[in-house]
Design a protein around this ligand. Structure first.
Ligand SMILES: [Fe+2]
Length: 145
């Protein structure tokens, strides 16, 4: 596998995961119950929007590299009944999603190396990685409270 193909596969996988995460956050926003719903419905909707934005940014990178759109569609939703049990379960699942995303983008950055020609792509991925890490910190703070 060439370096370029490997990077494209990782980016493609990142788009699929962002779309899946957006879908999961949508469920959380609709299903969160109790007085916390007032705070957490908007929170989950914001996270959903961030995932859609990241999917769009990474898709644009892929299209610039000559990829085909159809390869990035998610085919499964790894959401379980226990993820929807209560707010605590949703927040733990959300932390898992954000941690996996951060690890994925860190790997993509590693794969992109330090070539001058990938500098713009790296800037975008670095911004996304910072956003994922911020989401992780925020979730850890909320879960710890
Ligand atoms: Fe993201």
């Amino acid at each position: 596998m060439t370096k370029m193909t490997n990077t494209m596969d990782l980016l493609s996988y990142a788009v699929r995961n962002e779309l899946e995460a957006a879908c999961i956050y949508s469920y959380f926003a609709d299903l969160v119950q109790g007085p916390e719903r007032l705070t957490f419905r908007p929170y989950f909707l914001e996270e959903r929007d961030e995932c859609m934005e990241h999917a769009s940014q990474v898709r644009t990178i892929l299209l610039d590299m000559g990829a085909s759109v159809i390869d990035h569609l998610p085919t499964t939703l790894s959401l379980k009944q226990e993820d929807l049990l209560d707010l605590d379960a949703m927040l733990h699942r959300a932390l898992k999603l954000e941690t996996q995303a951060a690890n994925r983008y860190a790997k993509i950055l590693q794969e992109l190396g330090t070539d001058l020609e990938t500098i713009e792509v790296r800037d975008t991925i670095e911004q996304i990685l910072i956003a994922e890490r911020n989401s992780m910190s925020e979730l850890m703070r909320i879960i710890g409270d």
